[in-house]
Design a binder for this molecule. Sequence first.
Ligand SMILES: C[S@@+](CC[C@H](N)C(=O)[O-])C[C@H]1O[C@@H](n2cnc3c(N)ncnc32)[C@H](O)[C@@H]1O
Length: 241
Amino acid sequence: MEDLQEWPFTWEGRGGPFTILLAPGVFAPTRTSFEMAEGIRINPGDTVIDVGSGSGVLSFVAARLGAARVFGTDVNPKAIEMARRNAVLLGLATVDFREGSLFEPLVGIRADVVIGDVSGIPDDIAAASDWFPGGFSGGPTGAEVPVAMLEGARDHLAPGGRLYLPTGSIQDEGAVLRAARRIFGPRVLKLRERVLPLPGKITESAMVRRLMDSGVVRFIRRGSRMLWELRIWECTAPPER
Ligand SMILES: C[S@@+](CC[C@H](N)C(=O)[O-])C[C@H]1O[C@@H](n2cnc3c(N)ncnc32)[C@H](O)[C@@H]1O
């Protein structure tokens, strides 16, 4: 990565402050990262899996909140390289980043906590924003990757384990929540809800307007501004299997 421009980013959210490096093609932490960090419960000694770890920011939050072991996975090789370097910079040897899709690199590993902040933005919205500089967005409706993550989590959560999931009106949220309830039954609890501004260039895109017209995404108009709703959920696995 010698030829790559890098810049420092100071995380001021829960578990911070700490400074990591970001680089082109690596997802920069957002308000969703911040709200996820606020919502997660980590008990001392927990094993944590952070799916879609990006720069590693939520893995580092989990480690600093007391997790004994943290595994991060990301399908973007640049993100894994950056996250590994960030772990060294922070002196967090308990965090192990592995390249691959979802839980693929974690055969046989079960966790007390899964942080499921994997891409959940429709491909067309990702293309119209600069949120996913390396690609790797959430599928045509933004539900495809999160639903696959929920399916995969069954085999990687310990009994009674907790999965933290962001959803929003910026994706086919109903499809994600139907999958969560099919897998976790009534143990899907809303922790946080926020209304956030939508970058103007997203609403100006013709492809995004088609997603709005077809009802896949829902935005709120307030004066000249467009807003979207973010929600953070805790899904709990049954105590016995
Ligand atoms: C919304 S970003 C979140 C990153 C990080 N948690 C944060 O808060 O900054 C989602 C991440 O999921 C990754 N991703 C997308 N599809 C994936 C997949 N199938 N398996 C693993 N990671 C994936 C992306 O490369 C991206 O880094």
